[in-house]
Design a protein around this ligand. Structure first.
Ligand SMILES: [Zn+2]
Length: 682
């Protein structure tokens, strides 16, 4: 010690420990933990300052027979006392740092700011400048100010330094230990830490602006927003330079004093050249090629920056292309994996805020990753990798797309053959029940010529539901909620196939081709098909294109994708929803009873049933309509306070053409009903 305080006097000694003797010449400070207990001890007439918690260990280590504790105190009492370097006439301070541990060493830690992150940060807190007198070849530079070391490879200096410390009577012990060190993953050689000059973005100076820009961005969940906010909040300097042979150049030229020339005209000149000739020109041409006349005239020895830009800086600048291509800036949407809150989303909003004080995107959307059926990551070694191409070959691309669209993609999603088979089932429902059924039933229908909007109640109800779904689906698409799109359509298809499609078959199959009722139903079917076909095109484009090729539609486009997006349908009539709810509930109860009657062999099929409804209020529809909508032979209402349903066999005669059941007076002969006879013979 050379400068003490009330506890420490000059000539007291502090003990440090290191596994890198070659950093001793670079020592700039000794760190202690502010809250740990330290002690001044006397051993054979010499006073040492050490961590109290290491006393016994050090006694063994140095073979002290005994020691005497003179004083005990907290580490913070040692702050700013000064010691002389063990090799040089250099005086340095004792500093406080929380990274000091009490598990090994002496409790006092050697600090060389150029050779470790913790050392760097501890020294920075005391305004101790970075000192890194070792060059990129690992040799001491002139800055070390030690003739014996200049030009020596750092590891080769260990022996001579140990010898010199011994000669200076400041080496207490030297021994070999085995410990782990960081290695280069490719060469497997130990890595040394060395402070180097880099280019940084000072995030602190724009942090508030970035956080303000985030406020204007739409996120799909607060969780994702908080993720980005906390990452920006905790971000310090962003090192944007990298040491690689090739990449996007950092357009900086150094003068003969190795100082970067931060001059707008010069940098703009470099940018102009690169814009014309590409980034490789930076590596191919000599420095003079990029100088402005002003610097050429100075005839200095200039050098180019060899470092390249961090690739995140590159990708984080991609928004500049929007303007260049005449597109909207900010972009409507950035969409990537949910690891990009750390990556692309992050670097983009930093660069864009610096560039124009706004976010480069109006909205951020992110997706999870694909896992196997058990929720495990896919890996070659586990053998659970599912190749998208293999799925396309086996199931078709649309099944894969349907799976993707139906998944909750904001989180990680599972995929397997089983899951895909379930999707294939959903696909068949859309393909067969919706597309195939409607296409085959409107094959004789020309919308321009045959359109008939004299709808009956059921047609209106179906169109009303379709109209509601158009709003729902558009909302879901706007929110990128593709699973909601599929759910809405699938539920309606299930609903249609179990009611409306059943009811209309008789008219479609048995009435005359030009019958107005038939044309009205076809108009409804046409509207359903056109609407859902266009809605499903983004999700299952191949299937939709195929359907479109068979679809007789006015002003047919080259591809279904060129059809106008449905914002509404041509239907504005009121529908008594309460009445429909009443009917559908009643139908549910009646169908349950029909099921029982079928099981009891009272009837073979529902359409030969006689349904007797006991109710004291009016039925939702006229008896004839009820019969039609329920697809049964007879409906009868009985007065009574208690609602009840009774099923009987109608005992009527089956028409061999339409398979409906009729009383004798409605049959033309014993085979054919009056209606069918009329259709055939007129
Ligand atoms: Zn018939």
């Amino acid at each position: 010690m050379v400068e003490g305080n009330s506890i420490v006097q000059p000539n007291d000694k502090i003990i440090i420990w290191t596994t890198t003797p070659w950093t001793i010449p670079c020592n700039q400070a000794v760190a202690v933990h502010p809250d740990f207990d330290y002690a001044k001890i006397e051993v054979n007439g010499t006073n040492y300052i050490v961590g109290k918690f290491r006393l016994e260990a050090l006694k063994d280590e140095f073979g002290w027979t005994d020691y005497k504790i003179i004083k005990e105190f907290k580490g913070k009492e040692l702050e700013n006392i000064k010691y002389k370097h063990c090799l040089y006439h250099r005086v340095s301070p004792v500093i406080l740092a929380n990274y000091v541990t009490n598990e090994n060493g002496t409790g006092l830690v050697h600090n060389a700011s150029g050779f470790g992150t913790e050392d760097y940060l501890a020294c920075k807190a005391y305004n101790i400048p970075v000192f890194c007198p070792i060059d990129e070849l690992g040799k001491y530079t002139k800055d070390i100010n030690d003739e014996q070391l200049v030009g020596v490879f750092y590891e080769k200096a260990n022996d001579s330094l140990i010898q010199r410390m011994e000669e200076n009577h400041c080496l207490l012990k030297c021994s070999n230990i085995i410990h782990s060190v960081a290695i280069d993953w490719r060469t497997k050689k130990p890595v040394m830490y060395r402070a180097t000059k880099q280019w940084f973005i000072d995030i602190a100076s724009v942090k508030d602006d970035i956080l303000k820009a985030i406020e204007g961005v739409k996120f799909n969940s607060d969780l994702n927003k908080n993720q980005l906010v906390s990452m920006i909040t905790n971000r310090k300097e962003w090192c944007i330079s990298r040491q690689r042979v090739w990449g996007v150049p950092i357009p900086i030229i150094f003068d003969e004093h190795k100082q970067p020339i931060l001059e707008f005209e010069l940098i703009q000149n470099i940018i102009n050249i690169i814009a014309k000739e590409g980034t490789d020109v930076w590596f191919e041409k000599p420095v003079e090629y990029f100088l402005t006349q002003k610097h050429l005239d100075k005839k200095q020895k200039y050098t180019k920056e060899k470092d390249i830009m961090d690739v995140w800086f590159d990708s984080g600048s991609s928004f500049t292309l929007l303007k260049a291509k005449g597109l909207n800036y900010p972009a409507d949407l950035y969409f990537e994996g949910n690891d990009q809150y750390r990556g692309w989303f992050n670097s983009s909003i930093i660069n864009s805020t610096i560039y124009s004080n706004k976010a480069p995107f109006k909205q951020l959307l992110s997706h999870g990753f694909t896992l196997d059926e058990q929720g495990r990551k896919m890996s070659k070694s586990l053998g659970n990798v599912i190749d998208p191409l293999a799925i396309c070959n086996e199931f078709g691309a649309d099944i894969l797309r349907l799976w993707a669209a139906s998944s909750n993609y904001s989180e990680d999603v599972r995929i397997s053959k089983n899951i895909l088979t379930q999707n294939a089932e959903a696909y068949r429902k859309i393909r067969n029940t919706l597309f195939k059924f409607i296409l085959s039933n409107i094959s004789d229908f020309d919308y321009a010529k045959d359109k008939n909007t004299e709808y009956d109640d059921f047609d209106k109800y179906v169109l009303y539901c379709l109209k509601q779904n158009v709003q729902k689906i558009n909302k879901a698409y706007n929110e990128f909620d593709f699973s909601q799109v599929l759910k809405t359509i699938s539920l309606h298809v299930i609903d249609l196939s179990s009611s409306y499609f059943d009811v209309i078959k008789d008219v479609l199959y048995c009435e005359k081709i030009n019958d107005p009722r038939r044309r009205a139903i076809q108009t409804v079917l046409y509207t359903i098909l056109k609407t859902y076909l266009i809605f499903l095109t983004p999700i299952i484009p191949h299937t939709c294109e195929e359907v479109y090729s068979f679809f007789n539609i006015p002003n047919k486009k080259e591809f279904v994708m060129m059809e106008e997006w449905p914002k509404d349908i041509e239907f504005n009539e009121e529908v008594d929803l309460n009445n429909w709810t009443k009917f559908l509930n009643m139908k549910k109860a009646i169908y349950a009873e029909l099921e029982i009657a079928r099981n009891q062999k009272i009837i073979n099929k529902s359409n030969e049933a006689k349904v007797i409804i006991t109710a004291n209020e009016k039925l939702p529809f006229e008896i004839e309509t009820m019969k039609k909508y329920l697809n049964v032979a007879i409906v009868e209402q009985k007065e009574g306070s208690e609602f009840a349903i009774k099923i009987e066999n109608s005992g009527l005669i089956k028409c061999q053409r339409c398979w409906n059941f009729f009383p004798k007076d409605q049959m033309h002969d014993e085979d054919i009903c009056n209606r069918c006879n009329k259709v055939i013979n007129e």
